[in-house]
Ligand binder design. Structure first.
Ligand code: HEM
Ligand code: FES
Length: 606
């Protein structure tokens, strides 16, 4: 292009923009995570997953809004130029969110995490059980394909129309992400504000496109083709070094005014179809506002050594009005400019115009006031959204996971229906001990049936990591964590435990959760967003629990088995994460209730 043109250029403006972008993202994440961790039960992993996901969606919303905003108000054009970097940043955040989610909710189970993501679904016909993660995955694939093909090599390889069509898929990705959040997190949100924010931003994007498109179409209609020459505008309507766009013969054209002459070219940049009429003339060349490709106004050719060409048009001035011949000349054809003789003195030269950000070494001030104000406004908006989204999160559930701390417990092992360790909690006069029951699970998303096999009633020493809520204790065991040992000397008569007795057949409504996550390993640990993880945990053998809340808000929990009282965690995995009504005999086994499920009465109504 011009002597100054460099396709990828790191200059001070770009550093400032990218610095503002990186700073904004860092502030957003720090704000979101900091506010989330005010909740003492919240975990860093979940705060990061949510911060990265919401950050990516906020950025995508901004990216989609910039196009129509720049069409409606030229002062947004500096942001348009930097959209590519916004896109890459958004993609990285989305990738981080997806990777963390995949690890947290699908790794360490009985199948490969990707297989788990694709298969741990419930019933797509019920909104509360929709496989919302698959919407996120499809959107991510689209965003990654777009990022991978954003390089000019792909533009040349795929051709401009195919490339443009591919990149229009960003709207499909946006729609999928709205679904991902609406059918996922919003199903559990106790506050209406996140839903209002999502709906508000999607509506704003839609309306901005509608208004910008309507404005453009109105402009197109005004200049509908006549018989020979199509009227475009008055000469005085075009400012120095700028253009007026119009629709002639079904194509968008741009009439440029420069140093007392008028020239007309196609409005479509040969690089990525950027709107040349929104650019301006720099160093005698029409300069595209998107990435700075340049064309000579008189023949539509890029200056040597570049070879891009765009079609040109003949034009004339008739009674002070600019008129264009709707038949295009082949790309690169020279058309003698129409001399109008007057130079427009309203011109804004490069020095005071912050418009060209990034590819042209304009003298200071580097970042114009308008661009700076808009960047700051966007930064404030993103921080406000971080505050809003972080504050309106559902409070994290109670529960402790003493990750990294291994303790030793001695007690009697119970193998059925699910392994547990009864740890004496002091003896009575006859030497019989009261006890604390610790449910036992293995590491990751696996039950402890294999570790406890054949050891029912044995006295053992167990090395494990404590997981606990006030109402129930659990231990996570590594391999070789159980060794047989003689009973504690103060437990002469064994552990005092009543024989199990029936509480009759009951019909109970609640939510099936996997006991390990529910007791404290995971936040969130129930509901739609946790469905994939709970499915994996149950198919790995973690004991299923029915969590029942009464009208006073207090909860009770029951271990679930099949109708014969046999452990059957995998059988319950399609029922997790939503309300279910189960019917079966309830057995009180010492300090824990067990429901022998005979029938699933209702699924999916809260
Ligand atoms: C493989 C792809 C993806 C997976 C497995 C996934 C998974 C998840 C999960 C499990 C949640 C709920 C997290 C929670 O509430 O703790 C979630 C929420 C969310 N995701 Fe994704 N996601 C994926 C892709 C994406 C992408 C590409 C974006 C955006 C560009 C995105 C944006 C969001 C947002 C905004 C939320 C709501 C955050 C909140 O709970 O406050 N996700 N996602
Ligand atoms: S579209 Fe990239 S320079 Fe015009």
């Amino acid at each position: 292009m011009s002597a100054f043109y460099r396709a990828v250029n790191w200059n001070r403006q770009k550093y400032l923009y990218d610095g503002a972008l990186a700073g904004g993202v860092a502030l957003y994440l720090a704000g979101f995570v900091g506010l989330s961790l005010r909740d003492p039960n919240a975990t860093l992993e979940t705060a990061l997953i949510r911060g990265l996901g919401t950050g990516a969606l906020v950025l995508l919303t901004v990216i989609l809004a910039i196009g129509p905003l720049a069409r409606l108000d030229a002062r947004f054009l500096p942001l348009l130029y930097n959209r590519r970097h916004l896109g890459v940043t958004m993609c990285l955040l989305a990738l981080g969110h997806a990777a963390f989610s995949l690890v947290q909710f699908h790794a360490l189970g009985d199948v490969n995490p990707l297989v788990s993501l694709l298969t741990a679904t419930a019933d797509p016909a019920r909104p509360g059980a929709f496989p919302f993660e698959l919407l996120g995955l499809t959107a991510l694939i689209i965003l990654l394909v777009m990022a991978a093909t954003s390089h000019d090599f792909w533009l040349a390889t795929l051709s401009a129309p195919a490339w443009k069509a591919l990149h229009m898929l960003v709207y499909v990705a946006y729609g999928l992400l709205i679904g991902h959040v609406a059918l996922g997190s919003l199903q559990e949100s106790p506050s209406p504000w996140p839903a209002a924010l999502l709906l508000g931003s999607a509506t704003a994007v839609f309306l901005l496109h509608l208004v910008a498109g309507w404005r453009e179409r109105r402009g197109d209609r005004e200049s509908a083709p006549g018989t020979d020459w199509v009227d475009v505008c008055r000469v005085d309507d075009i400012r120095e070094s700028r253009a007026r766009m119009a629709m002639v013969g079904g194509e968008r054209i741009a009439v440029f005014r420069h140093q007392g002459k008028l020239s007309c070219v196609s409005n479509v940049c040969a690089h990525q179809n950027g709107p040349l009429g929104e650019g301006k003339i720099v160093d005698g060349c029409i300069t595209c506002p998107w990435h700075g490709y340049q064309y000579r106004p008189e023949d539509g050719q890029s200056p040597p050594p570049f070879t891009e060409k765009i079609p040109t048009y003949s034009l004339r001035v008739f009674e002070g009005r600019v008129q264009v011949d709707p038949r295009p000349h082949p790309a690169g054809t020279r058309v003698e400019p129409v001399v109008i003789g007057t130079v427009d003195r309203r011109a804004d030269g490069p020095a005071e115009d912050p418009f060209y950000v990034g590819y042209h070494p304009v003298p200071p001030p580097i970042l114009g006031r308008a661009a700076r104000n808009r960047t700051l406004a966007l930064l404030c908006l993103t921080l406000l959204s971080a505050i809003g989204l972080a504050v309106f999160q559902e409070p994290a559930a109670p529960g402790t996971f003493e990750y990294g701390t291994v303790r030793v417990f001695r007690g009697q092992l119970r193998e059925f229906p699910y392994p547990s360790l009864l740890v004496p909690a002091g003896g009575d006069d006859a030497g019989a001990a009261r006890y604390t029951r610790h449910l036992l699970v293995a590491q990751g998303k696996h039950g402890a049936a294999g570790l406890a096999r054949g050891m029912d009633g044995a006295w053992v020493e167990v090395r494990g990591t404590r997981i606990a809520r006030p109402e129930r204790e659990m231990l996570e065991l590594g391999a070789d964590a159980i060794t047989e040992t003689p009973p504690a000397p103060n437990v002469r008569m064994g552990i005092q435990i009543e024989p199990p007795y029936s509480l009759g057949v009951q019909r109970l409504t609640g939510e099936i959760v996997d006991s390990k996550c529910w007791l404290g390993v995971m936040k969130p640990n129930r509901g739609t967003v946790h469905r994939g993880c709970a499915t994996r945990c149950l198919s790995g053998g973690i004991p299923p629990i029915l969590m029942v809340s009464d009208s006073t808000g207090s909860t009770r929990h029951l271990l679930l088995t099949d109708a014969a009282g046999q452990p059957a965690p995998a059988w319950f995995r399609g029922l997790v994460g939503e309300a279910v009504t189960l019917s079966g005999e309830v057995i009180q086994d010492g300090d824990i209730a067990v429901m022998r499920v005979r029938e699933v009465v209702v699924v999916g109504t809260r």
